[in-house]
Design a binder for this molecule. Sequence first.
Ligand SMILES: Cc1cc2nc3c(=O)[nH]c(=O)nc-3n(C[C@H](O)[C@H](O)[C@H](O)COP(=O)(O)OP(=O)(O)OC[C@H]3O[C@@H](n4cnc5c(N)ncnc54)[C@H](O)[C@@H]3O)c2cc1C
Length: 423
Amino acid sequence: MTQAEHHVVIIGAGFGGLAVCHGLAGAATRVTIVDQRNHHLFQPLLYQVGTAVLATSEIAWPIRHLLRKRKEVNTLLGVVTGIDVATATVNLEDGAVLHYDTLVVATGARHAYFGHDEWEPFAPGLKTLEDATSIRRRILLSLERAERETDPERRAALLTFVVVGGGPTGVELAGAIAELAHQNLREDFRAIDTRTARVLLIEAGPRILPSFTPDLSAYALRALQKLGVEVRVGAAVSDCNDRGVVYGGQPVAADVVLWAAGVRASPAAAWLGIPADGAGRVKVQTDLTVPEHSEIFVIGDTATVNAWHGKPVPGIAPAAKQQGLHVAATIKRRLRGDSTPREFHYSHSGNLATIGKRSAVIDFGWIKIRGWLAWWIWGLAHIYFLIGLRNRLAVALSWLWIYVTGNRSACLITQVDHRIKTG
Ligand SMILES: Cc1cc2nc3c(=O)[nH]c(=O)nc-3n(C[C@H](O)[C@H](O)[C@H](O)COP(=O)(O)OP(=O)(O)OC[C@H]3O[C@@H](n4cnc5c(N)ncnc54)[C@H](O)[C@@H]3O)c2cc1C
């Protein structure tokens, strides 16, 4: 086989898959990248779509357009349903089959309900644009229904917003909902006072933001409380149903319950017929290949590897990107005839989380920052990592507008979900 015929198939155009594609620029390969969605999504700002800060098009880009200049790259919209390692083929839902010489699996993860998938309709998670617009719809519909509700108990339930999980996503969601209800929408309703809305953040562990140092967690707790969020730690949710949640044995009546606790990897391990860890992640070798299949790499949220000074690599965007670039470099070296396995080493830049529009916590390891300065650094970092000048300007303008006027422009209820009663 000539090098030019070498076919790399990448499943998933998230942070990991796109990084492989970018890293392969100029290599003598043919590349096919297949994704079940037509867009690459900047998940770190998804909660801002869910809370009416940003519009969907500000944080997602058509994959085909992103790769338009790469003539050797073929972009396919399709759902992968299986991999046959014996014949080196990938199966798509519509019956199509792709042959690969090198395969990269970068299919990410979804939220997990710790064995209680039946909770999902009552406590949706946040992973896709559809999830975000559905969450936005639930929040805004609940306020609309509260406006027309005369029964005080029902109205209280409609004005109660519960977020389960005190990691960065839960903290960011709770802070943004509190600001939306307590500040941004306070003049928009007549029968209800949105400042009385109750925002409850429930975390089963002893503190929120467990991946941060205890003093930054404590700061985040105070910042959330200042925004009017009630934080409950040390009690696990034991039920989610159409009336709300039960935690620590206590029922809480709430129409909007959001799930930000736990993730489960895509079913890549099952496709490949190899062992996974408790969260469904493929246990890859130190060079990110699958045992006994040096032609298959698994990266990002769907893989696990102890490549961070002996610790597992965290499930965050920079880790997926670094893995993607490592895989691209390995493929290029192999094409030059060097097949020596090279270990992947993860380099951690820091942990960031924002609490509302004026506060954030940042742990760079060598320095810890909190408050408004951290918020500005968080904002600049996220704008920098967005794709394209237009989106950077649009997001910066949206934030500046909200910062100065307090008006969120994306308070739209669209695609009404018929499972939600409209009153
Ligand atoms: C709400 C939220 C907030 C986050 N905030 C941050 C943050 O602030 N900072 C940070 O660093 N990280 C954050 N993360 C984590 C970060 O987004 C992930 O670690 C990163 O996206 C992992 O990259 P990946 O390439 O492994 O997977 P993804 O980026 O999830 O990409 C996976 C791709 O595979 C596709 N796919 C999946 N299954 C199939 C299939 N069967 N067939 C075809 N295509 C398929 C998907 O459509 C998707 O495009 C956040 C995640 C979420 C959900």
